[in-house]
Design a protein around this ligand. Structure first.
Ligand SMILES: NC(=O)c1ccc[n+]([C@@H]2O[C@H](COP(=O)([O-])OP(=O)(O)OC[C@H]3O[C@@H](n4cnc5c(N)ncnc54)[C@H](OP(=O)(O)O)[C@@H]3O)[C@@H](O)[C@H]2O)c1
Length: 331
């Protein structure tokens, strides 16, 4: 099969379009013909050798995709050939990855596609939406309830674009930070108060909006970009940091400082054990029109290196998606 492969860590150009064996679905797995693959910052960090994940070379990157079930392994009853699905997962072993014509996914990490989307949009959903949804609503993370106030730092990328919309759909009041070029965009997502971090004092802007502070600050970028975040929280508030691996600062030191001041600091990853359950709720929100997939930049598979250069700027609006093959959602 055609696949983007790399044999060593390095710059985007280490990826090459090559041939890899079609993976064989094992017990409880499904072989998926990939139409579109999401591009996530984790892909480029892994390629650069900055990830903590243990992979073997040659390696195929990519953590999420939209495609069609080609074949099922033993003991798979939920899916059959021809089903339109999304898949997500952590890279593991050799040649696991969605930048390829085929990928094998465990049934735990596969879900029917939201019916209201086209195939490219579907591939933009899994990693970004799961991260945002769980960070806001899972009790051990943001645990937010209607009427509460949330600050979303980094509200125009993949995770942030979903986070603003999920928060609004959950009845929250939302302040969102972004660069000047994305102020109108974040308003269009529904944010109640948009703060241009390039021209505004973010602490003052948050306090002007909510004098008592916010219930939760959800940070998708990293603590260095929000040094006064604890002063933005109301008493007993929570700081939820999406684990970036590359910009997390001194997690233990920051956690202790938050606790000393009576706050909780939570550093969070996707909880894959609960991902199918979360994806059901996300699919419902999308299909009921409450949440829209952010704008997509579509890049051909063979230009994956260019997509990585784009994601490494840290300023992509919405999502980047690789087109792997021409697949249509109509049967
Ligand atoms: N641990 C996990 O399970 C998990 C899962 C998903 C993602 N992540 C991590 O979460 C981070 C975000 O992911 P993503 O997919 O949303 O990335 P992304 O699509 O590249 O978005 C990055 C966003 O950050 C914003 N930004 C950059 N500098 C900023 C600043 N100083 N203040 C406020 N916003 C700023 C940019 O907006 P402007 O252009 O407007 O500045 C951009 O839209 C990445 O580090 C990723 O690796 C972790």
């Amino acid at each position: 099969m055609r696949a983007m492969i790399f044999d060593r860590y390095g710059e985007p150009a280490v990826m090459r379009l090559g041939k890899a064996p079609v993976p064989e679905p094992q017990d409880g797995e499904v072989l998926i013909r990939v139409g579109y693959a999401g591009v996530n910052p984790a892909d480029s960090k892994l390629r650069a050798g900055l990830s903590t994940l243990d992979v073997a070379f040659p390696f195929v990157p990519g953590m999420d995709a939209a495609g069609v079930v080609e074949r099922t392994g033993a003991n798979v009853t939920q899916f059959r050939r021809g089903d339109r699905v999304i898949t997500w997962g952590l890279p593991h072993g050799k040649v696991w990855g969605t930048y390829a014509e085929f990928v094998c996914g465990s049934v735990r990490n596969i879900s029917p596609v939201p019916m209201s989307l086209n195939f490219a949009q579907v591939a933009a959903v899994p990693i970004a939406a799961l991260t945002a949804f769980q960070a806001l609503f899972h009790a051990e993370k943001g645990g937010m309830i209607p009427g509460q106030k949330v600050l979303i730092n980094g509200a125009s990328g993949g995770v942030g674009s979903f986070a603003v919309q999920f928060a609004k759909s959950g009845g929250l009041l939302v302040a969102a930070t972004c660069g000047t070029a994305n102020v109108d965009y974040d308003r269009s997502l529904g944010a109640d108060h948009v703060i241009d971090y390039k021209t505004k004092d973010v602490l003052r802007a948050v306090r002007d909006w909510s004098a008592e502070g916010v219930d939760v600050a959800l940070d998708t970028v990293g603590p260095a970009t929000l040094p006064e975040v604890l002063d933005m929280l109301r008493p007993g508030g929570r700081l939820v940091n999406i684990l970036t691996v590359t910009a997390d600062g001194d997690v233990e030191c920051d956690r202790k400082e938050a606790e000393r001041r009576g706050f909780r600091k939570i550093v969070t990853n996707i909880n894959f054990e609960r991902a199918r359950e979360s994806m059901r709720e996300i699919t419902h929100l999308i299909d009921s029109g409450l949440v829209h997939v952010p704008p997509i930049d579509l890049v051909p598979l063979e230009d994956a290196a260019r997509a990585h250069e784009m994601i490494e700027t840290g300023h992509v609006r919405g999502k980047l998606v690789l087109k792997v093959a021409e697949l249509s959602l109509s049967r």
